[in-house]
Design a protein around this ligand. Structure first.
Ligand code: SF4
Length: 473
């Protein structure tokens, strides 16, 4: 279930003669899991850029009338979950700025680690900011790089910004997609009726019937325009190595997406199989915590021979509501999202498979709920190692003080959440399940080994062991 929240999903399409706003809409629809706070689409028509964005889900923000009014030759789209800056219309994306008499629009997934420094530099040059996001800094850097074309400006900006970024940006004439030199967040290139499409995940291509062409490489910038078609350049950064977020494999990305040639559903099943080998237990049923625990639970069941069953029903039609529950309803907590199938689990010894434990509160309530529904035993199996370190690259995770595994041993956590037994997948088991070498990944939230250096003041803020004010950037 959704313990960690991803930063965003980005999309772009360059397809003159096609309904690019509608293509972007459905691309975003497939990327909705990456962000549910706001959605936006920018379209360029004969050099004129128009943006529609608002708080809410893709299906809440756009209607038929809006899409019909957004005609053009190319478009970008964005779904957001805030990792820096507050939730608010002014922080929703795509962000817009003027550049050399043109207008640019930009959407970003990730998190920069040198926002403050870049923002200060831009402020000293008289650049004004209306929001508080690192995305605004990237947009401003590109907009205020007066020399050269959009490609040149993006290239210069990529040389200055540090951290995790996969982004799409457009001017009246061109569409650009770019990815940081570590490739922390995913970004793929596809073809829709022969035209270039850029998406955070392959699921954003599949929904359109677009062909997957390849992943956009770490440090790569691709640009499409009417004059030159599709071109690509690379920005090299000394010391950079591929560092795809391993949590994309565990939980963030859709199971039907493919990354580095691996289908994520199959990788997650392999995590479940490894869990069964590492921590076998005598039990009656394997129950996933829906939806994200499902593939690993299938894997656990197939390796252990213990039957798989649904034991928790998720309210599928409520993703995120802006209507706050009142105090009485809030006390229902986890029951608002999940309901136990009492008839199935009563008197049974359960293996319950979930993807992560962050603070531990939700897990405690989950275990409580299962025992409340009559479970005889609850054997928790987590398809990721203990999260001991905060994320600086775009995942809203918590400070170290709030991470339960940074402070307690596995046995203490078991006792705290009230499970009969508890086992986390080992790092080796996780790595083997991806079928890829560890040198491909960022695994910093498990190891503390951060591939992109994090400035001390920012690091201290998230590493702190006492609660304090919100940290920059
Ligand atoms: S620290 Fe963890 S969540 Fe953040 S990018 Fe690295 S692997 Fe992903």
């Amino acid at each position: 279930m959704s313990h960690l929240r991803d930063a965003c999903g980005v999309f772009g399409v360059f397809a003159p003669g096609h309904d690019v706003a509608r293509i972007a809409y459905f691309g975003l629809f497939a990327l909705q899991h990456r962000g549910q706070e706001s959605a936006g689409i920018a379209v360029a028509d004969e050099g004129q850029v128009t943006v529609i964005k608002d708080l809410g889900l893709v299906s809440q923000v756009f209607n038929e009338r809006m899409l019909t009014s957004l005609s053009g030759q190319h478009a970008i789209g964005h779904v957001r979950y805030s990792t820096t800056g507050s939730t608010g219309w002014h922080n929703s994306q795509p962000l817009v700025r003027s550049r050399n008499g043109d207008v640019i629009a930009l959407g970003h997934n990730g998190n920069l680690v040198n926002t403050t420094q870049l923002r200060d530099e831009l402020l000293s040059r008289g650049v004004k900011f209306s929001g508080t996001t690192d995305t605004e800094v990237i947009t401003a850097l590109i907009a205020h790089e007066a020399q050269g074309d959009l490609l040149g400006a993006v290239r210069t900006a990529v040389g200055k910004i540090r951290g995790a970024f996969s982004a799409t940006v457009m001017s009246g004439k061109a569409l650009v997609g770019f990815r940081d030199p570590y490739g922390v967040r995913p970004l793929v290139l596809g073809r829709y009726d022969g035209h270039p499409v850029i998406s955070s995940e392959t699921a954003g291509l599949d929904i359109l019937g677009a062909q997957f062409e390849r992943e956009i490489a770490p440090g790569e910038i691709v640009i499409a325009d009417a004059e030159h078609g599709l071109r690509s350049v690379r920005v090299e950064l000394e010391g950079a190595r591929p560092a795809l977020c391993i949590f994309e494999f565990i939980y963030f990305a859709r199971p039907d997406s493919t990354m580095v040639g691996r289908n994520l559903h199959q990788a997650r099943q392999a995590m479940g199989r490894h869990l069964a080998l590492e921590a076998p237990v005598e039990a009656d049923l394997v129950v996933p915590v829906p939806d994200t625990g499902i593939p690993a639970a299938i894997g656990y069941s197939s390796a252990s021979g213990i039957p798989y069953t649904e034991g928790l029903i998720k309210n599928r039609y409520v993703h995120r509501t802006f209507i706050q529950p009142d105090d009485d309803l809030r006390k229902r907590g986890i029951h608002m999202k999940l309901n136990p199938l009492t008839a199935v689990i009563k008197g049974k010894r359960l293996v319950v498979v979930d993807d992560s434990i962050v603070r531990g509160n939700t897990t405690t309530k989950l275990v409580e709920m299962l025992f409340g529904a009559g479970a005889a035993e609850v054997h928790l199996r987590i398809s990721a190692p203990p999260i001991k370190w905060p994320c600086f690259y775009g995942i809203d995770m918590a400070t170290r003080a709030e991470l339960i595994a940074a402070n307690l041993s596995v046995e203490d956590i078991r006792r705290k959440v009230g499970a009969t037994t508890l086992h986390y997948l080992t790092l080796d088991g996780l790595q083997a399940s991806t079928g890829l070498p560890e040198t491909q990944f960022c695994r910093a939230c498990f190891t503390g080994d951060y591939p992109i250096a994090v400035p001390e003041e920012y690091a201290m803020c998230k590493m702190r062991f006492e609660k304090g004010a919100a940290c920059e950037p």
